[in-house]
Design a binder for this molecule. Structure first.
Ligand SMILES: [Fe+2]
Length: 367
């Protein structure tokens, strides 16, 4: 696949001299070449065909039949980040997990929503070919229609921000950078188990917020949940594409934006848990309701997601942290609080697609 097009260096002359702010930077080494320069974003002008449906088999299913689905944590230290969701792990080298271990990871991330793995320099340093191989275990890798990627690796979605560059999809004229969302929910088959890590990070800040959409749903009354189960909503990639076309993100849209209809309450294919599945960034309207009805319900649900701190966790990116989350049962938001420090935040995401969302209400018509 050719990768002609705009590079980040062309967009912002001088980036090539980005000084290392990687976790391995030591005093006196500030002038060295950036360790992860080969993973800086490029914006190719390639065109992609529409995605076609594929048959997703969730690796978590296989782990259900293992005698000990938590065997991958043997010898490790793990603790709950909150009682409702999230687990932090020290003492597992993700890069060394075999197929069985990866299946078990998929199941446990589905159960806990988010898992934070510390001390993963081995994983991070193995590079994009390995990232691709890792992600393919969990599903077909999503290629983002607009984001920057390392040259030659369109499956690796990059986030990048420093004093002069911002290629993330954010609302610069809003009072907050907090935008709860699940990634690319406009796709017919949005992502499941997702892997993300930072290659460079500010001294402080740049944390990521997560919320459990299982928990946000559970806080609602049974009568209201019963009603929500009957609803479906339109998710749209149009605004994200427009943001890119306006030149804010490399200026390129490589696949035409899509809109798809998903259930408002979805069921996880492995755990069977129900989760709220609307998000402020990509959900546009509830199908079949009058406009004011749709707006009122969505606004209520977004407010509930926004302010329910008891369902949330704030993940701090210590160097060499790899975070895995299940996009089907969680939502997240970046926190941009370091924009004036001049420090770079550079991250990579591996985003396998999962099944078309399964409605919690059996037989719900999604046409
Ligand atoms: Fe995201």
């Amino acid at each position: 696949m050719p990768t002609t097009g705009t590079t980040l260096d062309e967009l912002r002359p001088g980036l090539v001299t980005l000084k290392s702010r990687s976790p391995v930077e030591k005093p006196g080494e500030q002038e060295q070449e950036y360790r992860y320069a080969h993973l800086l974003p490029t914006f190719s002008s390639d065109r992609y065909s529409p995605l076609v449906p594929y048959d997703h088999v969730d690796p978590g299913h296989r782990a259900l039949s293992h005698p000990d689905p938590l065997a991958f944590l043997e010898g490790a230290t793990s603790f709950e980040i909150t009682p409702r969701f999230g687990t932090e792990v020290v003492g597992v080298n993700l890069a060394e997990l075999n197929s069985t271990g990866r299946d078990q990871v998929a199941l446990e991330v589905a159960r806990r929503g988010v898992m934070v793995f510390r001390d993963q320099q081995d994983f991070i340093d193995r590079g994009p070919e390995f990232y691709r191989q890792w992600g393919q275990h969990f599903g077909r890798l999503h290629i983002h229609p607009t984001s920057g990627h390392p040259a030659g690796y369109p499956e690796i979605h990059l986030v990048y921000r420093d004093l002069k560059s911002n290629f993330n999809f954010e609302l610069d004229d809003a009072v907050t950078t907090t935008v709860w969302h699940t990634d690319v929910s406009y796709e017919l088959q949005p992502p499941g188990l997702t892997t993300f890590f930072l290659l460079a990070q500010p001294k402080s800040g740049g944390d990521t917020l997560f919320t459990s959409q299982v928990s946000t749903l559970k806080r609602l009354s049974p009568q209201f949940v019963a009603f929500l189960r009957t609803l479906k909503a339109v998710h749209s990639g149009v605004e994200q594409a427009e943001y890119s076309k306006a030149g804010r993100r490399g200026g390129t849209v490589r696949r035409d934006p899509v809109e798809n209809i998903h259930p408002v309450v979805r069921r996880h294919p492995v755990t069977g848990e129900e989760a709220l599945y609307v998000n402020r960034q990509f959900t546009r309207r509830i199908v079949g309701l009058k406009r004011e009805e749709s707006e009122s319900i969505l606004r209520f649900l977004y407010d509930h997601i926004d302010k329910s701190a008891e369902n949330q966790a704030r993940i701090k990116w210590r160097p060499n942290t790899v975070v895995l989350w299940d996009n089907r049962v969680t939502a997240h938001s970046a926190i941009v609080d370091f924009e004036n420090t001049g420090e770079a935040r550079h991250g990579a995401r591996i985003t396998p697609q999962a099944e078309r969302p399964i409605p919690a209400l059996e037989g719900l018509d999604l046409s």
